[in-house]
Design a protein around this ligand. Structure first.
Ligand code: AMP
Length: 404
């Protein structure tokens, strides 16, 4: 696996048993770059600003030293001792899973706290005692307002995907949460991009000087991703996508849409075309989202149509293909999206289906990338002679496009 791994050992970074055994059983042979640079500094108690995308091993880069520090300081400490804030429920769940794998054999408890689950279930977890809380800001603030939890003993605060949290408008919630924490604490902030908002947050939240670790040049897309653009009328996108998926026989495809409606409609079209598909977005119940995600991970569903908010936290390894069914409004989101393929050093495919009304959005993306994405034409594609509304509309649009 080529994750930019570096040739030092986890032991040399200052980690000890049983973390070393847990790392080995997960199959991690060497630390990734972000791990090699973050772990020793976090163990020294430094504040960290980590510029790293999901897929670089950043979760273990903060979780491993946090567990080592908890272990060194012993068990008899007031709780909770660590707070990790994440932008989405999915990311909170994923970080919790990672914590559970990495802390095997240690007596510490971790819990994910997010909306869509009964408050009292989470309150019971707090009452039982939890060392590491992984929370989305909104739900944690609800608990603070109701006096269900006291964060006065938190020693380490982590902002995971801080840029995304700011984009989602969590700044006020984050400030209110931080006001409940002791001033004397260690703060670790991870962000894939460094916008003005992120810079202001760094200034306010981190001690000066914080250690700055950058493993991916800002706004650069991972190199192992083959990117293509297909210019296509909007009405033909669903048909064409079904065609590509069948033709290329992809085992799994993650498709991004801008709206919940588009995700639902696409899912319906693909299902009619005989391709197992499901949508994931904010309107879905939490239990339904977890089920869909599990089905996708297990391969029971081939295509997952997701809005950006729902997709941000997904850690799905070995994703062969990512599709931009609709281009995002903000060009940086394109980089986040395609980062879902080509992960862990594997080759990935990213297709963008671009309709004429999205030309400006494509221009913005290419300006950010500083190069033009390759245009490809799917030569063997003709819209099916189906009675379905979508296909009829698509055939008509294609015909008029050809005449132009
Ligand atoms: P993350 O950036 O935290 O989302 O991690 C991306 C993927 O890399 C996850 O599936 C991790 O299990 C995996 N990973 C993390 N650290 C290592 C490592 N040192 N060696 C190999 N795989 C790793």
């Amino acid at each position: 696996m080529d994750l930019n791994n570096v040739q030092v050992s986890f032991e040399q970074l200052g980690l000890s048993s049983p973390l070393l055994e847990n790392i080995a059983s997960l199959g991690y042979e060497h630390p990734t770059q972000i791990q090699a640079e973050s772990i020793p500094r976090i163990l020294e108690g430094k504040d960290i600003l980590g510029g790293a995308h999901t897929g670089t091993g950043k979760t273990a880069a903060f979780m491993l030293p946090i567990l080592e520090l908890l272990k060194r300081s012993g068990e008899a400490q007031p709780l909770p001792r660590v707070l990790i804030l994440t932008p989405t429920r999915e990311l909170a769940i994923q970080v919790e899973q990672s914590a559970c794998e990495l802390k095997a054999g240690l007596p510490f408890r971790a819990a994910a706290v997010y909306g869509g689950v009964k408050m009292r279930v989470q309150t019971a977890v707090f009452e039982a005692g939890v060392d590491i809380i992984i929370a989305t800001p909104g739900r944690l603030l609800d608990h603070l307002r109701q006096g269900n939890i006291n964060l006065g003993n938190v020693q380490i605060l982590v902002f995971d995907e801080a840029d995304r949290m700011l984009d989602m408008g969590f700044i006020h919630d984050m400030n209110k949460i931080v006001a409940e924490l002791p001033e004397q604490r260690q703060t670790l902030l991870f962000s894939a991009t460094a916008s003005g908002k992120v810079k202001r947050m760094i200034h306010e939240m981190l001690s000066c000087p914080a250690e700055h670790i950058e493993v991916t040049p800002p706004n650069s897309a991972a190199k192992k991703i083959r990117q293509n653009v297909i210019m296509i009328p909007r009405a033909c996108k669903a048909d064409l996508l079904a065609h590509i998926i069948k033709q290329e026989n992809y085992s799994q495809v993650l498709v991004f849409t801008r709206s919940k409606k588009a995700a639902d409609e696409l899912t319906a079209t693909l299902t009619t075309a005989g391709i197992s598909a499901a949508a994931i977005h904010k309107d879905k119940e939490q239990s339904e989202r977890i089920q869909v995600l599990n089905d996708f991970r297990s391969g029971a569903i081939k295509v997952l149509a997701a809005t950006d908010i729902a997709a941000r936290g997904l850690d799905i390894d070995n994703m062969p293909c990512v599709v931009n069914y609709e281009l995002p409004e903000r060009p940086e989101v394109y980089i986040h999206r395609i980062g879902r393929t080509g992960r862990a050093g594997r080759q990935g495919q990213a297709f963008s289906l671009v309709s004429p009304d999205e030309a400006k959005l494509l221009e913005k993306i290419e300006k950010l990338l500083k190069w033009n994405i390759k245009r490809v034409v799917i030569r063997d594609y003709t819209p099916p002679k189906s009675s379905s509304g979508v296909s009829r509309k698509c055939a008509k649009t294609l015909k008029s496009t050809r005449r132009l």
